[in-house]
Design a protein around this ligand. Structure first.
Ligand code: NI
Length: 261
């Protein structure tokens, strides 16, 4: 039983075979997916996917690199969407200084506003943070993001930083990168923090694990990530799957929507 806590099946990369691909996921053990919106328009395509597929749930929000698209008017629409019965999180939101645009001030403004939205609606947040470790942490602290909790997706910082996020009430999202040869720091994070705080994700179509590195990713590749985590932790694949499945249910509060397993 695998839960992909962060996928982007609305992306163009899936336009040719989206329905065929999604249709075979459950029979391959991928029993639940959260599709994370990243832009104003992808909030709508994410909604369509969640309405079409029983096992697809939605996160609504705008990625830091797209925050220039946001205005009070379309933010209102996102607020509405977060009341949808299949919405389990606000995201992905955060700070991205790798591309470093729009301005850091604008990214911070909308990051804070979306954290407040999550707190208002009682939903967790999905955090995207790239080359912005300290600012992300400081802003989350200032906005009391621990009150809503959530996941730091595609975690790319140190184990010291991971410990701080776990202490704040956050899960650590681990995907294909952990299988890369040069992923020493992420492997250390996985080794260091208790398995109870790790969730699985693809970030597909990006970040396919070895042996498919560089190719289009999908949830079907998650067993390679599970295998790597099991090796690092020195436990069986089955134990990893069981614990991580329950972590994802806690992260997205499935008991709140009447689903306990
Ligand atoms: Ni993503």
């Amino acid at each position: 039983m695998i839960f992909d806590t962060h996928a982007h099946y609305h992306y163009e990369a899936f336009d040719g075979d989206r329905d065929n691909l999604l249709a075979v996921l459950p029979e391959n053990g991928i029993l639940r997916i959260v599709n994370a919106s990243s832009s104003v328009s992808s909030n709508e395509t994410t909604l369509q996917l969640a309405e079409q597929w029983p096992f697809v749930y939605a996160a609504f929000g705008v990625h830091p690199s797209n925050t220039a698209e946001l205005a009070e008017e379309n933010f209102k629409r996102i607020k509405e969407l977060t009341d949808h019965p299949k919405c389990v999180a606000v995201g992905e939101i955060g700070l991205d200084y790798y591309y470093d645009e729009p301005s850091r001030d604008l990214q911070k403004k909308w990051f804070a506003a979306q954290i407040q939205l999550a707190k208002e609606k009682g939903k967790p947040v999905i955090i995207h943070s790239r080359d912005a470790a300290q600012d992300t942490y400081d802003l989350m602290k200032a906005e009391h993001a621990g009150d809503c909790g959530g996941v730091v997706h595609c975690f790319s910082y140190s184990k010291e930083m991971a410990r701080l996020y776990v202490r704040m009430g956050f899960y650590i999202g681990v995907g294909g990168v952990v299988t890369f040869k040069n992923a020493r720091v992420l492997k250390e994070v996985v080794e260091d923090i208790p398995l109870e705080y790790i969730v699985l994700e693809t970030d597909c179509p990006y970040l396919a694990p070895v042996p498919f590195r560089g190719k289009r990713n999908s949830s079907l590749n998650l067993p390679f990530v599970v295998e790597q985590i099991a090796q690092i932790k020195g436990i069986t694949v089955q134990e990893v799957e069981e614990i991580i499945w329950r972590n994802a249910l806690r992260l997205y509060r499935f008991s709140d929507i009447g689903i306990d397993s």
